[in-house]
Design a binder for this molecule. Structure first.
Ligand SMILES: Nc1nc2c(ncn2[C@@H]2O[C@H](COP(=O)(O)OP(=O)(O)OP(=O)(O)O)[C@@H](O)[C@H]2O)c(=O)[nH]1
Ligand SMILES: [Mg+2]
Length: 318
């Protein structure tokens, strides 16, 4: 609230300006970030307040927006209701998650013919406040799947410079590992996730949590232990059933089938028959001898490139 006061104008009219708008809180997907860790240090994020209006109908300064950067793949949920508000899948995607409050109106706005000296001004509205839960869904080009002990982590270690834990027993891998393959200036990210078992889609084993990550991959690389006791068709089928049980897009993803530990296979002809009977057109590899690895990498990168191309086409507006 303010009144014009000048020499020789003892009773000037009201001249209080409006308040500025509060800043918005924006969440932006930035490809240079890989985790949400840097956000965990703070509990509360606010944009700048709007400035107060001034004399001479001066408008208050608008508050600056606060831009919170998160890695692409971040899902924003309402903390209490757990419903998804926004899914920032692509780099550059952003959302105004809380709007700043409107600025109040200065007293100059309230002058009327009957009230030339309004002694009231309007307070600004408070900005939006929200409690959010942010979750990063892993995004990789390819996801290695298979029963526990199939050789997933070992394969990741020969495909990339990742050094995941490898051991001759099931459930060695407890959280996903990422490895990067670099070819001709392109990088491809491969994820090694914990082994799947019967009932994974209903939450058995480490199940559900990791099927979720696989949804964000472009190609599935399905490993079957060629030296294992379980018949190929059965070992393959168990994992496929869990993928199907998950529902959604997962079952429709491109899949490369890989028979692992070929160095341990004595009767290759019998193995070839079993694969054919199961209808599996598989790459045969050994992480130990290196057999088949180069061919697998080529097929994998081809599959990833084709999937990326399809996505780019789908994302392009008409
Ligand atoms: N001989 C031979 N052994 C292999 C090969 N690949 C993996 N193994 C062995 O198989 C065992 C299991 O390998 P991992 O890579 O840990 O298997 P995983 O699929 O990651 O297992 P989980 O993390 O438990 O799901 C280890 O003892 C590896 O050394 C291979 O090509 N040849
Ligand atoms: Mg493993």
């Amino acid at each position: 609230m303010s009144f014009r006061r000048e020499k020789y104008i003892p009773k000037g009219g009201p001249d209080g300006g409006d308040g500025g708008k509060g800043g918005d809180v924006v969440i932006l997907a930035d490809a240079s970030l890989l985790s949400l860790e840097s956000l965990a240090a703070r509990q509360r994020y606010s944009a700048e307040d709007g400035g107060a209006g001034g004399k001479n109908k001066r408008h208050g300064k608008n508050g600056g927006d606060l831009i919170i950067k998160v890695p692409p793949g971040t899902v924003i949920r309402d903390a209490a209701r757990a419903n998804v508000l926004r899914d920032l899948e692509r780099p550059g995607a952003s959302v105004v998650i809380a709007r700043g409050g409107r600025g109040g109106r200065g007293n100059s706005r309230f002058a009327t013919a009957t009230d030339r000296t309004p002694r009231r001004a309007e307070a600004g509205a408070p900005g939006e406040t929200r409690d959010l839960a942010l979750e990063l869904k892993l995004i990789a080009d390819a996801g290695l799947i298979g029963l526990p002990n199939a050789g997933k982590s070992t394969l990741l270690s020969v495909l990339s410079s990742a050094r995941p834990r490898i051991a001759p027993y099931p459930f060695t891998t407890l959280t996903p590992n990422l490895g990067v393959i670099e070819r001709e200036h392109e990088t491809y990210v491969v994820a090694d996730v914990p082994g799947l078992i019967e009932g994974a889609s209903e939450g058995k084993g480490l199940g559900d949590r990791f099927l979720r990550h696989l949804e964000r991959t472009r190609v599935l690389v399905h490993l079957v232990d060629a030296s294992g006791e379980r018949p190929l068709a059965e070992a393959y089928g168990v994992v496929r059933a869990e993928i199907a049980g998950r529902g959604g897009e997962l079952a429709g993803k491109r899949e490369l089938v890989v028979l692992t530990k070929m160095d341990l296979v004595a009767d290759r002809a019998a193995l070839a028959r079993a694969a054919r009977a199961a209808g599996l057109a598989a790459h045969c590899v050994s992480a130990l001898s290196g057999e088949g690895i180069e061919d697998l990498v080529e097929a994998l990168l081809e599959g990833i490139s084709a999937a990326r191309l399809e996505e780019a086409r789908a994302a392009r507006p008409e």
